[in-house]
Write a protein that binds this ligand. Structure first.
Ligand SMILES: Nc1ncnc2c1ncn2[C@@H]1O[C@H](COP(=O)(O)OP(=O)(O)OP(=O)(O)O)[C@@H](O)[C@H]1O
Ligand SMILES: [Mg+2]
Length: 380
């Protein structure tokens, strides 16, 4: 399958060198689990790039592969094939020992069930990763742990055991522990899944604050309301990532349809000045811009007029496909060139037919576009 999450076209990292500019970079990652009935493909070739400072929610039905994906990023599990580079290090091929040491400094992991060591105090739980990584002096470790417990609002419970505090408080300790070595990335698999909604909100706000402080955070969540508040949402379905541009442009499309559409998308590159759609011709394709800009050229009696510009995340071609008839405007790649994801007419029509909500959204888009075109014509 293809999806269009690549922010930068760099080659994947080789032999651990920092040749990628994304903080998290997964290429064609497949993960098969052995089962009694044969291998089960939990990730089907995932491409994902996450940049520094992003706050990403990973959502999708139970069994869609969210935890599997997260475990690829933390190095807790290994892909069957594909490349994983995180914080400039290529994880594939590293020994368990090297992976653990690398994880200790680079990724703070937060679990649904906290997983604090029950015989250590909360303070000792937070000190542990610093001990493990040999970071800071003994005195500094203690001071830092107390500071972190203060930051997450539970320093008064520092000397208690995890069993002596509530679930929400334990999760705060777990977050302090994840921050102990000051890793650039925090990964959390359903961190609020075991908490009441008020406590979940408080924990989520803590994550928001960490993003403001410059951390890059990925959380798996089933909570759609929380997922709406992050800067980016990744939808997983049956081991595939749904195209993010499609998901954003069709928020009302069901997950199943989004997956189908993602699997049908093709990528195309248009050079600067290239005419992508010609006015007067028969439409046959739906385009979704993934990078660069296009100009809408509207024919008028006095010659073409350049109307709106459309950029990444916007679509074109849908007006003509929806309304029938010929192309009412030409679409030309601007000086940067354009990458677009495309759907052929038959797939586009099938998608629309399958979703009345999407039809409504597209009608609205089409009406907007027509109004712009008319405004441009009458200005002339
Ligand atoms: N160790 C394993 N052996 C065999 N199959 C597995 C294993 N771990 C996961 N799977 C299967 O892989 C698929 C993805 O599992 P995963 O745990 O990543 O899903 P998830 O999206 O995290 O689900 P949930 O929301 O329930 O936590 C599921 O069908 C699951 O049954
Ligand atoms: Mg899971």
């Amino acid at each position: 399958m293809r999806n269009f999450l690549r922010r930068n076209g760099n080659a994947s990292a080789e032999n651990g060198a920092d040749t990628t500019s994304s903080l998290i970079d997964l290429r064609a990652v497949k993960k098969a689990y052995d089962t009694p009935t044969g291998p089960f493909l939990a990730l089907r070739g995932v491409d994902l790039q996450v940049d520094r400072g992003e706050f990403v929610a990973v959502i999708g039905k139970s069994g869609s592969g969210k935890s599997t994906l997260i475990n690829m990023i933390t190095g807790i599990d290994r892909p069957t094939s594909g490349e994983v580079a995180v914080a400039g290090t290529r994880l594939v091929g590293m020994s368990e020992g090297d992976l653990a040491a690398w994880r200790g400094r680079n990724v703070g992991v937060v679990f649904q069930f906290f997983q604090l060591l029950p015989t250590l105090t909360n303070l000792e739980n937070v000190i542990l990763p610093m001990d493990f990584c040999g970071l800071y002096s003994a005195g500094e470790r203690r001071e830092r742990a107390l500071h972190l417990l203060d930051e997450v609002g539970i320093v008064e419970h520092a000397r208690k055991l995890p069993s002596e505090i509530s679930g929400g408080q334990q999760q705060r300790v777990a977050i302090a522990r994840a921050l102990a070595t000051d890793p650039p990335i925090i990964v959390a698999d359903e961190p609020t899944g075991n908490l009441d909604s008020k406590t979940a909100e408080a924990i989520f706000e803590l994550f928001e604050r960490l993003v403001d402080q410059g951390k890059t955070i990925l959380i798996v969540t089933h909570d759609r309301d929380l997922a709406r508040r992050v800067s980016r949402t990744i939808i997983l379905a049956d081991g595939d990532i749904v195209d993010e541009f499609l998901a954003r442009i069709f928020p009302a499309m069901s997950e199943d349809l989004l997956v189908q559409a993602t699997r049908q998308l093709a990528t195309r590159r248009f050079e600067p000045g290239e005419v992508i759609i010609r006015a007067g011709e028969q439409p046959d394709t739906f385009y979704l811009i993934t990078q660069g800009e296009v100009e809408v050229h509207i024919p008028t009696p006095g010659g073409d007029v350049v109307g709106t510009r459309l950029s990444a995340g916007q679509c074109f071609g849908e007006v003509e496909l929806l309304r029938g008839g010929r192309n009412i405007a030409s679409i030309v790649a601007s000086y940067t060139g354009v990458d677009a994801a495309t759907l052929d007419r038959a797939t586009f029509e099938a998608l629309i037919a399958a979703s009345p909500n999407v039809q409504k959204e597209l009608d609205r888009l089409a009406a907007e576009r027509l109004a712009e075109n008319i405004a441009t014509r009458t200005k002339k």
